[in-house]
Design a protein around this ligand. Structure first.
Ligand code: BGC
Length: 573
């Protein structure tokens, strides 16, 4: 995330070892009225292992009887004591709340507090401050592009839920394939994600237009209303470290190429003022960060490739870099991939994942203000709502959590997981305004095999297995799942905390080939896409449940598309 010029100069002075450095993020005269609050953060004294700082906050909004100022650190700064405010820190996130004696903050009033902190390395200045959840030093009007003298990028110009009151871009390249299928015109007008899955995708590949061409088409779809364009940013070094089907073009160490040949050119296009009227939603790098939690170290599910990506830090750096660069653009909304309930819903994974996401969101210059929200279930099959069983039930003397299917998970479906994970993310330092997206492209599980009610109470397993909509053999199965159907149609603000149901994975595009197919996309052959495969620790050694005769990931898979329509839930009319 970039800063105002004042802040940048101050940061440089600080690196040079100056003390008494001031970061006065003071807006232009003329826009003061639109600035809800200003924060002046001054390092007063700094030595090799610590510093003291004084913070003055000015409230330009309605009078307050209590207040809390928040920021987060990009480095290892750790607050050790504070004065004139209760200063606490969780991870990199700092909260300074009023003392009983200085809670009153009238309109136009200021209050100051101070603290001491330890640190090592550089003591980079926080980029963004909030007062009671509102970003300070940022023009809250719908100003122009960020530039010197213009208050920083931040969230001031972003709307809370980009999907609210907006249409969503229909990718004509996908729509043409869908419409060419028998019955496909029933859904070919649905919005789907546009995947930037390799450097060549930026300029376009055979049968898929490039990014500018998509945005130009989006402008024609937009008309005079609002339009969301959904992109998936997906080309990290060492991509897909726990599987082979979506291995990418960049090797584990090619972080510089990722930055300069992938993210920078995408950022340059998205920042073109021509596209400033579009609401651009980015899904950031699916599967990467969750893999670092679940598939590394001493776990049976670990892979050498994920250990490598954890050790070299290039997933965290890549995600941080992408968030920072793309989040600076006023009309761009970043949503980080948050796996799905059947991946991160266990206690071992849930809180550590939120922690890791906070680390990535403060790497490479990014701040939590570069994150608008999170997306769950991208390209996965986890059911949105399981109505026929819940973890609070006990059947034949056993908790539903003890069933083979649930296997001690805390969540049984995506909606409950996404809502709970949102709360966890806020407590890990993300803004309280974040929203969730859920990919419902292929989690419908309708058709004739859909259970009409709960299973028999003979045992906890008959109960759960007889009642569950998700008919995968194991919740860890992810490739071209047999029996799946289209899920909820894309929809804005469908439930509390959820910005939208989206079809980020375009239905009909394969998850991976069911046998080895030579290609120039870096894609490997993963046996989880082979229907004869008997599994590995990541699906608890179960059959893969994949459809046969599948093409390479991303390629059109007509038989799957037909099955998805047939098993749609809600059904297609
Ligand atoms: C593939 C991408 C493709 C995407 C959407 C992924 O599994 O690796 O190449 O663009 O699916 O279909």
């Amino acid at each position: 995330m970039s800063r105002s010029r004042t802040a940048m100069l101050a940061a440089l002075a600080l690196v040079a070892g100056a003390s008494g450095t001031a970061l006065a993020m003071v807006p232009d005269a003329g826009s003061i009225a639109a600035i809800p609050c200003t924060v002046d953060y001054q390092v007063q004294n700094q030595w090799s292992t610590g510093f003291t700082a004084n913070v003055t906050v000015t409230n330009n909004s309605a009078a307050k009887s209590s207040w809390a100022v928040k920021w987060s650190y990009g480095g290892n700064q750790q607050v050790t004591s504070g004065w004139n405010a209760k200063v606490t820190q969780a991870g990199t996130a700092v909260t300074a709340a009023n003392e009983t004696y200085n809670g009153s903050l009238p309109t136009g009033g200021s209050v100051s507090f101070g603290f001491q902190a330890s640190y090592s390395g550089s003591n980079a200045l926080p980029a963004t401050f909030t007062l009671d959840g509102v970003t300070c030093n940022v023009d809250s009007g719908t100003g122009g592009p960020t530039g010197p003298g213009t208050p920083g990028p931040g969230t001031g110009t972003k709307v809370d839920n980009p999907y609210a009151g907006a249409k969503v871009y229909v990718n004509p390249d996908w729509a043409a394939k869908a419409a060419a299928e028998t019955g496909g015109s029933r859904i070919s007008n649905q919005p789907t994600g546009v995947w930037m899955d390799r450097i060549a995708a930026i300029n376009g590949t055979t049968g898929a237009r490039g990014l500018r061409a998509h945005l130009d088409t989006a402008l024609t779809q937009k008309g005079s209303g609002e339009l969301v364009v959904q992109l998936v940013i997906y080309d990290l070094p060492g991509r897909d470290c726990a599987a082979l089907a979506s291995n990418g073009e960049l090797g584990p160490t090619e972080i510089d190429k990722y930055k300069t040949q992938f993210i920078d050119p995408i950022a340059a296009i998205l920042a073109d003022p021509k596209y400033a009227s579009l609401r651009i939603v980015n899904t950031i790098e699916i599967d990467s960060l969750p893999n670092l939690i679940t598939n590394t170290g001493s776990r049976a599910t670990a892979t050498p490739q994920c250990d490598t990506m954890k050790a070299n830090g290039n997933y965290v750096k890549g995600v941080g870099y992408a968030l920072n660069k793309l989040g600076d653009i006023p009309n761009v909304y970043n949503y980080i991939d948050a796996g799905h309930h059947g991946w991160l819903g266990w206690d071992d994974n849930f809180a550590p994942s939120a922690q890791l996401f906070a680390q990535a969101a403060t790497a490479e210059g990014a701040t939590v203000d570069d994150v608008h929200g999170f997306i769950t279930n991208t390209a996965n099959y986890s059911a949105l709502k399981e109505n026929n069983f819940s973890i609070n039930e006990t059947i034949a003397g056993k908790s539903v959590r003890e069933s083979k299917w649930v296997d001690w998970n805390r969540y049984t479906d995506e909606l409950s997981y996404a809502q709970a994970f949102r709360t966890q993310l806020v407590s890990a330092g993300f803004r309280s305004t974040i929203g969730m997206l859920i990919d419902t492209s292929r989690n419908g599980w309708g058709g004739s095999a859909r259970p009409a009610g709960p299973g028999a109470q003979t045992s906890v397993d008959t109960y759960v297995d007889g009642g569950r909509y998700d008919r995968r053999i194991h919740v860890g199965n992810w490739c071209n799942q047999s029996g799946a159907g289209l899920g909820e149609r894309p929809k804005a603000a469908p439930a509390a905390g959820i910005d939208a149901y989206v079809w980020m994975k375009p239905p009909g595009e394969s998850d991976g080939s069911s046998s080895a197919i030579p290609n120039d996309e870096g894609k490997g052959f993963d046996r989880m896409c082979d229907p004869t495969y008997t599994g590995n620790p990541r699906n608890n050694n179960n059959m893969s449940g994949a459809l046969g005769n599948a093409p390479l990931s991303g390629h059109w898979f007509s038989a799957q598309f037909q099955q998805l329509m047939q098993n749609a839930y809600p059904p297609l009319s």
